[in-house]
Design a protein around this ligand. Structure first.
Ligand code: PEP
Ligand code: MG
Length: 765
């Protein structure tokens, strides 16, 4: 071999020499087969190996596609099944083999047409695409010698580049077919916790789509190194910031995850290995993936569930790094849903969910999630079923798999069989029938059996929600979350846009009342475009600078909203409600701001609302202590049970581990509400509940028992809650209620349920 290059001194140099030459081959106009022929020549020559061969998966078996050193007649003739022979084993196990005597290995399978009996040593590495082997690259030598670690590393780096060639060249069809052929077709069932009821079928779409690496060979190594440095900085910044966000509150599971993230993010070994891979001639993206592949290979050999979890975190971080470096920060929402889909994510923010086309979004599967997180409220408003706390999502579900989501059962069927599909459709039909029965209640009043009328309103926040008023027959909108418009916008909505939305809502509502809540931003409703530096560092955003606190300091924001609301409600009654009032003066300050804006508009001759009614939300328990001071200034008061329970129990409403720990029906919540009812009783203030609690028949029943007669709930809850109301003897419940509150059972939920059952209350299940 007269042209052989001098022996390389490091794996990086060795790989770089090969990669430079491969780069030229890949850029040339030769056809795919021609390129593979050149590739085996270059690798064999550079590694000083007599044989170099490439096997690719075709039709379910590994076919010899190109070789230097074996007989050419064997090309496209020699085939090995997955798991057969050394090559089949490498592909099946996704592992590397390095043997000084190939024939001595128990899995060796001799193929006479290749003429390989001349060769003793053997080293092979899998060619990986999308975490599966699509082929094998191997070298053989007549001397019985083990290949050096440097050579093995070089082979692995080259295999990475080959996977790009296979994907980009004419062979891409082969690889695509492999994807289909090799996909695990077996049905599987995953379980989780019901977060939003309902059923849905669709194909699996990952919120964070898999990243495609376009180029593996670097043009400029220094530039790649800088890209990776910058990406590391950005990723570390993100991880540090995550520590101060609501979903990563202090303690428990999240803290552990965060600690692991930090450990990996700052791990010198990890960044060093990526740098070495860049030295070998790979682009930043390919280098990160290369290191990731190597880690995966090592981890596969360790059977430890704890380590597997850690692996999942590292994968997450590695993907994040690739996403940053490649600028592919988009989510599946930006690409658009092309057919009925079930979205899969670790967790989501409300704004992220709102970006999806709700007509095609048939369900959401979360690895985390909790009942009153805002994303769940949004999903409920969108009518999208959700299950949370589902394990093994990433290993069991692949993009494009058919999924059947049954939130009531807390299950998702992956790749269902025809029989499963039939059973699902039959159940769906029954639930649609139940829904139709409930819809028939639309025009009937929400009156209890003993003649008490309950004011049943809906919660809304988006233009699309307006239709729910007519569909449900609700009495009005008891909570319009104005911040949703801010959440779905790419930029801060200006006054005209706000005004247009409010006017459309009022027009659609006609003479039905609408209660507009001023912006409740902050907490888990952060706005990406709003400069809230102070907020970014909060350790407890839910208890931080949010809602009215933020609005009173960002006066400009609240003033704009006040004017938009008043102009939209010109000539009509405007109902305004302030969120998260903690002390009466905050309510006074907000109300004064509105009064000031009203005067300002009047001074400019603008048409004003016929009347303005002011209300506060009771979400901070402390406000209950000063209600007597506040009541004389209020027109209405609405208990927000989502935040209220989070603060009563000091339990983050978005924390997955706390999701089921405390019950709305516990004496803590029920006594608190009964006490507020008593305090408000006799005043002119209209008292209601607008948290998620009121949207569930059993909880709604308990609230009525405690004295509440106004509920504003999720539209999907109107039918079931109205059915409950119409079957309830409220007088009988109120007679029994004091005893249930004074001497609660160990299982209060069971106690209320038993009462409902023995009194013929329709709870819908
Ligand atoms: C609540 O806290 O109960 C409430 C209705 O407000 P939100 O869920 O928007 O915080
Ligand atoms: Mg709230």
């Amino acid at each position: 071999m007269t042209n052989a290059p001098p022996p390389p001194t490091t794996a990086a140099q060795s790989a770089r020499t090969i990669l430079t030459r491969l780069h030229e081959v890949m850029a040339s106009r030769t056809n795919a087969q021609g390129k593979l022929n050149q590739v085996v020549g270059i690798i064999g020559e550079c590694l000083n190996s007599e044989v170099c061969s490439i096997y690719l998966l075709r039709g379910g078996s590994l076919e010899l596609f190109a070789t230097r050193g074996l007989k050419q007649e064997a090309v496209h003739v020699t085939r090995l099944a997955l798991g057969e022979g050394l090559v089949g084993m490498i592909a099946e196990q996704i592992e590397t083999l390095n043997l000084d005597e190939a024939a001595a290995h128990p899995d060796f399978s001799y193929r006479p047409e290749t003429g390989e009996e001349l060769f003793h040593s053997f080293a092979g590495v899998p060619i990986i695409r999308r975490e599966r082997a699509v082929g094998v690259l191997c070298v053989q030598h007549s001397d019985p010698r083990r290949y050096e670690e440097i050579e093995i590393e070089t082979l692995q780096t080259v295999a990475m580049v080959l996977s790009e060639l296979i994907a980009n060249a004419d062979l891409v069809d082969t690889a695509a077919r492999i994807d289909a052929a090799e996909a695990d077709q077996s049905a599987q069932r995953l379980s989780g916790q019901k977060l939003v009821n309902g059923m849905g079928a669709g194909i699996a779409v990952f919120h964070q789509p898999r990243i495609t690496i376009e180029h593996t060979v670097a043009d400029d190594i220094e530039a790649e190194r800088h890209r990776v440095y910058a990406a590391f900085d950005k990723m570390r910044e993100q991880i540090d910031r995550m520590a101060s966000q609501a979903e990563f509150g202090i303690g428990g599971e999240h803290e552990e995850v965060l600690e692991t993230y930090k450990m990996f993010a700052y791990d010198e070994g990890w960044s060093r290995r990526i740098n070495e891979a860049i030295d070998s001639g790979l682009t930043a993206e390919a280098a990160i993936e290369r290191v990731q592949q190597r880690t995966r290979m090592r981890m596969r050999q360790i059977d430890d569930p704890l380590l597997r979890d850690r692996m999942h975190d590292l994968e997450d971080l590695s993907n994040r790094l690739i996403r940053i470096v490649s600028g592919q920060m988009g989510t599946a929402a930006q690409m658009g849903l092309r057919q009925d889909s079930i979205l899969i994510a670790r967790n989501l923010g409300p704004a992220e969910l709102l970006e999806y086309d709700r007509r095609r979004l048939k369900g959401v599967v979360l690895e985390e999630g909790s009942l009153t997180a805002h994303v769940i409220i949004v999903a409920r408003a969108m009518g999208v079923p959700v299950i949370g706390r589902v394990r093994d999502v990433r290993t069991s579900i692949r993009e494009g798999d058919l999924l059947l989501l049954d939130a009531a059962a807390g299950t998702v069927q992956v790749r269902p069989t025809a029989a499963m599909l039939d059973a699902f459709e039959a159940k769906l039909e029954i639930s649609q029938k139940r829904r139709a029965d409930l819809a028939a209640l639309r025009d009937l009043p929400a009156v209890t059996r003993d003649g008490v009328t309950i004011e049943l309103m809906i919660n809304a926040g988006l233009r699309e929600d307006i239709a729910a008023l007519d569909l449900t027959g609700a009495r009005g909108i008891g909570l319009f979350r104005t911040e949703f418009q801010f959440l779905v916008s790419a930029t801060l909505p200006q006054r005209e846009r706000q005004q247009r939305l409010y006017r459309d809502v009022l027009d659609a509502a006609g003479d039905r009342p609408v209660i507009f809540r001023t912006v409740d931003i902050g907490g888990d409703k952060a706005l990406p475009y709003m400069n809230v530096d102070e907020n970014a560092l909060e350790e407890n955003p839910a208890m931080g600078w949010r809602a009215l606190r933020l609005a009173l300091e960002r006066e400009g924001l609240l003033k704009v909203q006040a004017r938009a609301l008043m102009e939209a409600a010109a000539g009509r009654t405007l109902n305004v409600m302030f969120p998260m009032v903690s002390e009466p003066w905050e309510y006074e300050a907000a109300r004064n701001l509105f009064v000031g804006q009203r005067a300002w508009l009047a001074s400019r001759g603008k048409k004003l609302p016929a009347a303005i009614r002011y209300g506060a939300m009771l979400e901070v328990p402390g406000l209950a202590e000063t209600l007597d001071l506040l009541l004389p200034h209020l027109d209405f008061l609405s208990i927000g049970t989502n935040d209220l329970t989070q603060f009563l129990f000091a339990a983050d409403r978005a924390h997955p581990r706390l999701a089921e720990r405390y019950d709305w029906l516990s004496p803590t919540v029920m006594r608190f509400i009964a006490r507020v009812v008593k305090t408000v009783d006799g005043s002119k203030v209209a008292l209601g509940v607008c948290g998620e609690m009121g949207g569930r028949p059993l909880e709604a029943m308990a609230l009525l028992g405690a004295g509440i007669e106004r509920l504003s709930i999720t539209p999907a809850g109107v039918g079931p809650v109205k059915a409950m109301i119409r079957s309830l003897d409220l007088g009988a419940l109120r007679t029994d209620m004091p005893a249930m509150l004074a001497r609660p059972a160990a299982d209060p939920r069971g106690q209320y349920r038993a009462w409902a059952e023995s009194n013929g209350v329709d709870l819908g299940d």
